[in-house]
Design a protein around this ligand. Sequence first.
Ligand code: FEO
Length: 400
Amino acid sequence: MSNTELAKGIYWVGAVDWDIRDFHGYSTYKGTTYNAFLIVDEKVTLFDTVKRSHMGELLRHIRAIIDPEKIDYLVINHVEMDHSGSLPDLMDIIKPEKLFCSPMGKKAIIDHFHREDWPFEVVKSGTEISLGERTVHFIETRMLHWPDSMFSYIKEDGILFSSDAFGQHYATSERFDDQVPLSEVMHESAKYYANILYLFAPLIRKLLKSVAEMNLDIKMIAPDHGVIWRSHIPNILEAYDKWSRNEADNKALVIYDSMWHSTEKMAHAVGAGLEEVGVSTNMVNLQVHHRSDVMTQVLGAKAVILGSSTLNNGLLPRMAGFLMYMRGLKPTNKFGASFGSFGWSGEAVGLMNTALEEMKIDVIEDGLRLKYVPDDDKLQECVELGQRVGKRVLEDFEDK
Ligand code: FEO
């Protein structure tokens, strides 16, 4: 069986985007893939398409198997442009008998492409269609992560086409999880979850529960990005279970930006205090860490301690931007605190505390502010702040 055949007659026909480095604000250092899948059965069926820039690659992969004009059905599991951008051109080339999508999918396709004349077949959770030897069972996954999103489960082969869920932005010539280092796949999966799915944790819990109740015999999970899960399905399901419970590790982050190194000195003193009480600590200087990498670290951290100097009565712009991004992703079940140096007004600490509270992060300190440059006594106060937060983290873990 070739590296692109998931099962007899079921093929990966997607495209690899080796060059993409930014996905609307998410850093994709390893590129990505746009996965599409072809089933050759009595009804030849294409599941999802690819970003428009990569349509040539999709067609080349399809043509290596079958003439695209022989495709009968097209299934759109998700309408975002990285999966549907090729749809208008493909509709002209393929002229499918039916275009399957969820109810919200039909609305989204029309709102994107303004073609009410396409042969829509709306399917809902539980709808099944026969392709001949195979049956497709559809599962709507509204708001995971768009209203139109759905899964397609191939019953006879136990293959779940999971749209964006369980995906990774990870360009590789390999197609399966056991052909690449597991640590890399899990890291990219965590980054994907932290930056795209974090805010939908309650819906993910419901989905995991309802899929478990369906007793599907899942042999492969084929997302629309990255490698296909066939050997490490329990790893990714357990990770989604943990992440969607908002379970954190015994770990703290000190996230900061600084003007003239005073807040930076405070940050390192806070970090020293955390380490002294035995909490694993990462120092995250926003001048050198991309927001989406910081979010990946936030996912596993129990405490988030923020530091910013005051600039123009507000926050340093990197901290302001990061907090705007983080707020949208709604991390919960964490302790928070803030600190920062100032010259004459000193609003930054209050603004950071407010932002943490709005995120429902438990702010356990009033915050530590100091004028201009810290002396040894002030740095000792920072160490003690780190120690206090660290002890709360340890107590929380001892309670469990
Ligand atoms: Fe990969 Fe939501 O698109």
